[in-house]
Design a protein around this ligand. Structure first.
Ligand code: FES
Length: 232
């Protein structure tokens, strides 16, 4: 138990009480009282300043460590419900109508490939490659993927081109299939993707972390779906 005594713990005394205690005159008592008051005031002011500075520093540190990004890019975002993203086979993809949907806040294209999508791989090989490229398999047999809009060459925003049924970067021509797989151009790999998950019928995209590992340019033995035609 602390025995330290503070001025603030002492009962306030009148000049008269001071006289009795210390045997001085009333004037001395008044001066002593004023000194006590001034000391208390200074100490309390310093404590208040220190307290405010400490609170501001701690709050600033916490904000740096844990910025409040809830509901913004960088957090897990609900991008819609499953029924808002009807699946399609790649040849029928049309932006925001079938198979591919842009979500501005998530800076993401949601690609939803129908269960009867023609594939170049089959069986376990297909299943393993879908896992390796970050697809989420739905219980109806369709596959979902959330593609980050940024070109992996030098970072331009990549539009989906309905006329080419693929993604084509306007900066240096990198070209990607509807599932984000690299087709041609200077990009070093396929499009990056975010983790995607469901909560009931709601679709969420985790925009704080890119899905890892990055997906390399596909080879003949890893490409999942046929390539579309060239895109000028
Ligand atoms: S930034 Fe897209 S091809 Fe260069």
């Amino acid at each position: 138990m602390s025995t330290e005594y503070k001025d603030s713990d002492r009962p306030a005394i009148t000049p008269q009480q001071y006289e009795v205690l210390h045997g001085g005159g009333a004037e001395a008592a008044e001066i002593a009282k004023q000194r006590l008051s001034r000391r208390r005031f200074m100490r309390r002011s310093m404590l208040a300043v220190w307290g405010l500075s400490t609170t501001a520093a701690v709050a600033g540190g916490l904000y740096m460590l844990y910025p409040n990004i809830s509901g913004q890019f960088g957090s897990d975002l609900k991008v819609g419900t499953k029924s808002e993203f009807p699946a399609a086979v790649p040849s029928k993809f049309a932006k925001d109508q079938a198979g591919v949907f842009y979500h501005q806040e998530a800076r993401t294209y949601i690609s939803h490939l129908a269960a009867d999508t023609p594939t170049l791989l089959h069986g376990q090989q297909l299943s393993d490659q879908l896992d390796a490229e970050g697809f989420v398999k739905d219980k109806d047999g369709s596959w979902w993927i959330a593609l980050y809009q940024r070109c992996v060459h030098l970072g331009c925003t990549v539009p989906f081109r309905d006329d080419c049924v693929s993604f084509k970067c306007p900066c240096h021509g990198s070209h990607y299939n509807v599932d984000g797989e690299y087709l041609d151009g200077p990009a070093p790999r396929s499009l990056d993707r975010f983790p995607l998950y469901f909560q009931g019928e709601d679709v969420y995209v985790s925009t704080g972390t890119l899905w890892s590992p990055q997906v390399p340019r596909p080879s003949d033995s890893t490409r999942i779906i046929p390539m579309p035609g060239p895109c000028g």
